[in-house]
Design a protein around this ligand. Structure first.
Ligand code: AMP
Length: 355
């Protein structure tokens, strides 16, 4: 067990690291953030920070020497960085989890290997392979870059016979994955946690609405029937078990009109669709991550309020001025100076307490 008073190292300095640091402080841990930018949101609330590149081995070794356990707050940390650090300190979740989840193709192959349903997909290595895959899967379809895509970046929806070269260029990556478009009834996600001490916990499935490929609203709990919710939790737990996860993982799924569940994406870290847990659950996803990687017992995931979380993206951040006056709204701002379009600046969680 890594006891309160110890130092947790986090790779990445964004809002997920910031909210993890705040939860860690509640339990008496110190945080050391490692990221390439000096004014990152997480560094503003952490005792220690290192500003260096992810491939700077000397800086990584100095960082490791100051911490008791390491985790990451975004999955595009190079796997080599995680593997280097894992030789020096416990790194949780294991770098092998990162290797799988930072590559869309490896992730879907893994899901298939453990008999978790996904939409049909094909690996595409060049425009000719894309043409073949399109003949195979038909349209509509979605072409995604296998690496470094998030919030819709590197994604192209294909609805008709467009020129494959143009589609390929639009996708922009060296390798792609072509997926059959899912005409879903809704999108949900489940967050699951597993502690180094062996305990398990899941949060209720929540419903996610996207705008311009970015999460806009999360409704907790999701408006799905209880049998579908139970299946979704079981799938998330099965995935975490097969990954031998220590930490927190979000599984994003499509619910089809006939109530099938197709897993779209995994994130082995706290997730935007779990921010509502800060204000509506006994234990937030961030505290759960701290407990999990430190080997503490996990906390209760019981929900004491229904919740709707709304992201404040770009200039929408100004809406905090109205929300701050609402008695049952909790405003969270991430300390980012510049409100660029598409940038997550904060969120508001509106609560309906259960009686
Ligand atoms: P992703 O980056 O894979 O999480 O995709 C972002 C969003 O694009 C998803 O949450 C969906 O709304 C949409 N999307 C991605 N893949 C598909 C698909 N195969 N079928 C339908 N919608 C998709």
């Amino acid at each position: 067990m890594i006891l309160p008073g110890s130092t947790i190292g986090i790779l990445g300095g964004g809002q997920l690291g910031r909210m993890t640091a705040m939860a860690a402080a509640t339990l008496g841990y110190r945080i050391h953030i490692y990221s390439p930018d000096a004014d990152d949101p997480a560094k503003q609330v952490s005792a220690y920070s290192t500003t260096a590149a992810y491939d700077d081995e000397a800086a990584l070794a100095r960082f490791a020497a100051t911490v008791d356990v390491i985790t990451f707050e975004f999955e595009n940390v190079p796997a080599e960085t995680a593997e280097f650090l894992a030789r020096l300190r416990p790194l949780r979740p294991d770098p092998a989890v990162l290797r799988i989840t930072q590559d869309r193709l490896r992730e879907k192959d893994f899901l298939r290997s453990i008999e978790v349903a996904t939409t049909s997909y094909r690996e595409v290595g060049d425009p000719a392979a894309l043409a073949r895959a399109l003949r195979d899967l038909g349209v509509p379809a979605v072409l995604k870059s296998v690496r470094l895509g998030y919030d819709g970046k590197g994604q192209v929806k294909i609805t008709s016979d467009a020129a494959v070269e143009t589609l390929w260029a639009e996708m922009g990556g060296p390798v792609g994955i072509l997926e059959r478009f899912v005409d879903f009834a809704c999108e949900i996600s489940v967050i699951v946690a597993r502690s180094a001490s062996g305990g398990w916990a899941t949060y209720v499935p929540v419903e996610n609405q996207h705008a311009h490929h970015i999460l806009d609203t999360t409704i907790a709990p999701a408006r799905i029937n209880p049998e579908v919710a139970m299946r979704a939790e079981a799938i998330a737990r099965h995935i975490a078990e097969k990954l031998d996860l220590i930490g927190v993982l979000a599984a994003e799924m499509f619910v089809t009109p006939d109530d099938q569940l197709l897993v779209n994406e995994l994130a082995p870290r706290p997730h935007n669709s779990g921010h509502w847990t800060i204000d509506a659950c006994c234990t937030s996803q961030f505290e759960q991550l701290v407990r999990a990687i430190c080997g503490l017992p996990l906390g209760s995931t019981e929900q004491h309020s229904d919740a709707v979380m709304k992201n404040l993206i770009g200039d929408d951040v100004e809406k905090w001025r109205e929300a701050i006056n609402e008695p049952l709204a909790k405003v969270h701002l991430y300390g980012k100076k510049e409100a660029r379009p598409g940038r997550k600046m904060g969120h508001v969680t509106r609560l309906s307490p259960r009686r």
